[in-house]
Design a protein around this ligand. Structure first.
Ligand code: FE
Ligand code: CA
Length: 499
């Protein structure tokens, strides 16, 4: 009988070894996301060799069937839903199962089977029914997980909390080459091709702490610049390193979006077509909260005055956009619906006004798109949005901010609150410092931390309690986590209350 693992090509004397059929294809773990009242997305990607140079994870050029199961219990004694998906070679053997027919507001467990092997078991949740009166929701939000900057202990601590929901606000991967001296190193130089991006995701997703966070709760993700390239703005690159022709840049951006979709538990509506990926979307948590997830990267104008921190009059030009006009209109339509107590805007970059000690603003953040921020804030005020709360990431430090109609006037009305999570690892260990930088010129900025971690929000009809969580260090494994600061946002009272 022919050995199915090894083919000897006699004439050439070459031996080609195909992957062992019994090799574990579930090296990248499992994930779920996009909870709706009746469905959730289940994700995995088959890969026997996650960092294979061709980006195909050691898998042969063939599509592979993958069975899936959902159950109300981790023992799978009774299967609630099941089916068979196809892991396609063209999609790096990723699967995105929309598991439907589920009950609202319920915990579920899921697993996959392929080639006779069972995957790890994941835990997930459906959203409550649209009109349900929901008592509470525990959500964690996180961003900026540079593999080189440290261990993913914060992801492990997120899993330990068994939250209802996790939001990831971008920079799930970083695109750079290895930088000597870091805690652990990226494989290969700066990533440019689809094979490069897939391999980079392979390197990240074998991390057991990251796998634990995915297996603990459903995620809702939006991407940011480093998922493609640092500080890109739609079709525009802020830097030219490495130099790329327009066609090469298009190819790169197409590859980055394709790989992002392949590796995260997104709905099929987010499957990219070239350089276009539908990521802004809305989901509800009964009558408790509506989440408006924004894409502030694909449709924005280039950074004003060449980007970075600048004193820049052009940043206030009225025609400048952060979201593009279609997304802005979509957001206003959603904010006008008043479906829930809390309207949560999940997005990538620092939203409140912020000046540094030289009077400069961050041109990559909303300070570089001031008229767009003005329109958005006035938009929610005009529509009578009861409790607008902005969740942000990107800046690698934690902040809690009051939002103001006019950031130049400390007496201006507070019209909302912003919570900014620190990074999972980016910027390294940091310090215990908590003094708000430049608080003298930014009195609406109320909290700062330079630790790595995430933010936990306990959402109830009467209040949101936000705990800023930080690990002591990311340069060593298994660091403990602690709460560095806590704030409340009260129903009907815009702004932060310090706890
Ligand atoms: Fe980042
Ligand atoms: Ca970023």
């Amino acid at each position: 009988m022919v050995n199915r693992r090894t083919f000897v090509l006699g004439g050439l004397g070459a031996v080609i070894t195909t992957p062992r059929r019994d090799a574990d294809p579930f090296t990248l773990g499992v994930a779920s996301g996009e909870p709706a009242p009746d469905s959730v997305v289940l994700w995995t990607r088959l890969a026997t060799d996650p960092i294979a140079a061709d980006g195909h994870g050691g898998m042969a050029r063939a599509d592979v069937p993958v069975e899936w199961q959902v159950s109300a219990t981790a023992s799978f004694a009774r299967v609630t839903a099941s089916g068979t998906a196809v892991a396609r070679y063209d999609e790096a053997h990723s699967v995105h199962v929309v598991a439907g027919g589920l009950a609202p507001g319920r915990e579920y467990y899921y697993r996959f089977r392929s080639r006779g092997r069972l995957s790890p078991v994941g835990r997930t949740r459906t959203a409550p029914a649209t009109d349900a009166a929901v008592r509470d929701l525990v959500l964690l939000f996180a961003t900026c997980a540079n593999f080189e900057a440290g261990y993913f202990t914060a992801y492990r601590r997120m899993a330990d909390e068994r939250p209802d929901l996790i939001l990831h606000l971008g920079d799930y991967i970083y695109e750079g080459g290895p930088k000597p001296g870091h805690v652990r190193l990226h494989l290969g130089p700066e990533i440019l091709t689809l094979a490069d991006y897939r391999r980079r995701y392979g390197q990240y997703k074998v991390d057991p702490d990251l796998q634990a966070a995915h297996a603990a709760a459903p995620w809702v993700v939006v991407s940011d610049d480093h998922d493609v390239e640092d500080d890109y703005a739609g079709g525009h690159r802020l830097d030219d390193i490495p130099p790329l022709t327009a066609a090469q840049w298009t190819t790169r951006r197409t590859a980055a979006y394709q790989a992002y979709y392949e590796h995260l538990p997104l709905r099929p509506m987010s499957k990219p077509a070239g350089t276009s990926m539908q990521l802004y979307r809305r989901f509800g948590w009964g009558r408790l909260a509506t989440f408006h997830m924004l894409d502030t990267r694909q449709y924005r104008d280039p950074q004003a005055c060449g980007g970075h921190w600048k004193v820049c009059a052009d940043a206030a030009l009225p025609g400048r956009t952060m979201t593009g006009s279609a997304q802005e209109k979509w957001l206003f339509d959603g904010l006008a619906q008043h479906r829930a107590t809390w309207d949560v805007i999940g997005q990538q970059v620092f939203f409140a006004g912020q000046l540094d000690s030289h009077g400069r603003g961050n041109m990559d953040a909303w300070d570089g798109y001031r008229a767009a921020r003005d329109r958005l804030q006035r938009g929610w005020v005009e529509r009578g949005v009861r409790n607008p709360v902005v969740l942000s990431g990107d800046i690698h430090t934690a902040w809690a901010n009051n939002l103001k109609l006019d950031y130049a006037d400390p007496g201006s009305a507070t019209i909302g609150a912003e919570l900014i999570c620190t990074s999972i690892t980016s910027r390294g260990n940091g310090t215990a410092a908590t003094a708000v930088p430049t608080a003298d010129v930014n009195p609406h900025l109320k909290f700062y931390s330079d630790r790595r971690g995430y933010t936990r929000a306990h959402v109830t009809p009467g209040r949101i309690t936000a705990d800023f969580r930080g690990v002591d260090a990311v340069s060593v494994r298994n660091s403990p986590i602690r709460t560095l600061g806590s704030f409340a946002i009260l129903d009907g009272r815009p702004g932060l209350q310090r706890l």
